[in-house]
Ligand binder design. Sequence first.
Ligand code: ADP
Ligand code: MG
Length: 611
Amino acid sequence: MSRIHLLPNRLANQIAAGEVVERPSSVVKELLENSLDAGATQIDIQVESGGARLIRVRDNGEGIHPDDMPLAVNRHATSKIQSIEDLEQVGTLGFRGEALASIASVARLVLSARTADQAEGWKVESEGKDMAPRMTPTAHPVGCSVEVRDLFFNTPARRKFLRTEKTEFRHLEEVVKRLALSRFDVSFSIQHNQRVIHSLRAAASQLERERRVMTICGSAFMENAVSIDVSSAGLRLHGWVGLPTFSRSQADLQYFFVNGRVVRDKLVSHAVRQAYRDVLYHGRHPTYILYLELDPSIVDVNVHPTKHEVRFRDGRTVHDFLFSTLHRALAEVKPAEALSEYAAVGAQQSAQPSVDFGQAQTAMRLRTGAHAGSALPVYISEHTAQYFGVEDALAGVAMPAAATGATSNLDAAGEQEVPPLGFALAQLQGIYILAQNATGLVVVDMHAAHERVTYEKMKQSYAEQGVQSQPLLVPINIAVSEREANLVEDQAELISQLGFSLQRAGPESILVRQVPVLLSTSNVEQLVRDVLSDVLEHGRSERVREVTNEILSTMACHGSVRANRQLTIAEMNGLLREMEHTERSGQCNHGRPTWTQMSLAELDKLFLRGR
Ligand code: ADP
Ligand code: MG
């Protein structure tokens, strides 16, 4: 029988290391968090061989008192909390007091530090099975450096799991990026194999912060994002959200911080996903950098050792706040606002002649409805191809009441205010509306735009009193499957709220008596089939109510002008005016852009004018 004994110190620490030290990036995360907790404003990181050979983090924080240095490398030794009550309010990134001890047990760690009131610095290493600390004096500026060499040198099984130098560095760099996004007031630099990879100066102004974001996430993100800052009931959400048209195939540009802490949390990502659901093409991922701030006592960060998850005391409220704030922010990207930001950026640029011209050009595209580069060009061309040959059943489609032809160009408008999307000039290839506004040329994807306008109207009317419906002159008989015919009976109420009156006419046939007013001129048979198949797909349960928006979106697509339909100038102007008043009109129901803008300056540049 084996007897019970205490584990040697190093072994106990190595076991603990299993949880926190997975790879070089986890070491960097712990060291950077310590530097930030120590109040550093400048942090320099040196890495060799993806971090497996060397990680050195040097900061200008408060340092460590020499008497405490042996403790710092001991497990369960921390300066950050005293009691269980402190845990409730924890404001530091660390508090478990196990990172340095864990790292020291699986690598060669040297901790050097000096406090402001000490004349000289000290360094400490821990040796042997017991990890007995050994102190020696050393020259060191105020602050702290930690050197970690040969990670996992004594745990070969873990070393085997390290990937290539490049992969490990990528993970490590991601950690630095995240923390750099969480603390704009701190300067960061990182070198890999003696090469400077990033050098980020502390950013105080909004412009500097946006520049840091551009360096970290690419300028395309910044050009396609709107900044938000909303507070309500003790919660504040600020940061940048990418336009739906700037979605990505992977969820790799999503940063969420709770009280400055990087968080990957289910509740949070669910709320964000919901907010984008209406405007994002299926299977695409939104982009965002968001900061949630709230009273630390109503969020528990002590859930997991790597502290990625949090627990909100009132999850429902947080979820609703996130959802409604983001949903609103995305809804508000209307032409007028996009254009006024456009103008603001333009003005800013002319006040700042130092901005390089190429960059100014891209920055000026900021926040228009659409960007060729970020849209989904492949999908668009497929979609366009579908237009052709589609029967134009929409000859009388309810196009919005229009401005009169007399005001259809800027000259005629005279003193009259030019609306944000301007006045229509012509239709191109039966697909695009060309319009002229104060800035230059506006190009609108007619089908996409009309679809969004119709969809928003239907959603609104559905929410208010159910979709308005209108009887057909002659009811239409449609052959359907038995399941679909049953559905017509089972979901009678829902179907009537969607604006239809359907009646079972036999085991496999139904009679269509009424259809939604907005869709009265569409191909009724096809419309009804699509709606039934949507309802069927989403089940016959209550869940179908959650997807009414998807059904309305299908319906709106039927009711929208097809390509190749000739519009009069008045009809085109009517659509432009509708877009200006419609929420989320910057993208169609599938998240593709509906319009874009080319300024006169951009056009001039194309023709090398005035340079
Ligand atoms: P924790 O951060 O959870 O307290 P660590 O093992 O990471 O535990 O660090 C132990 C202690 O060492 C910290 O509580 C802190 O007092 C001190 N320390 C670590 N790194 C630094 C640093 N860069 N500057 C000042 N003190 C530090
Ligand atoms: Mg720590």
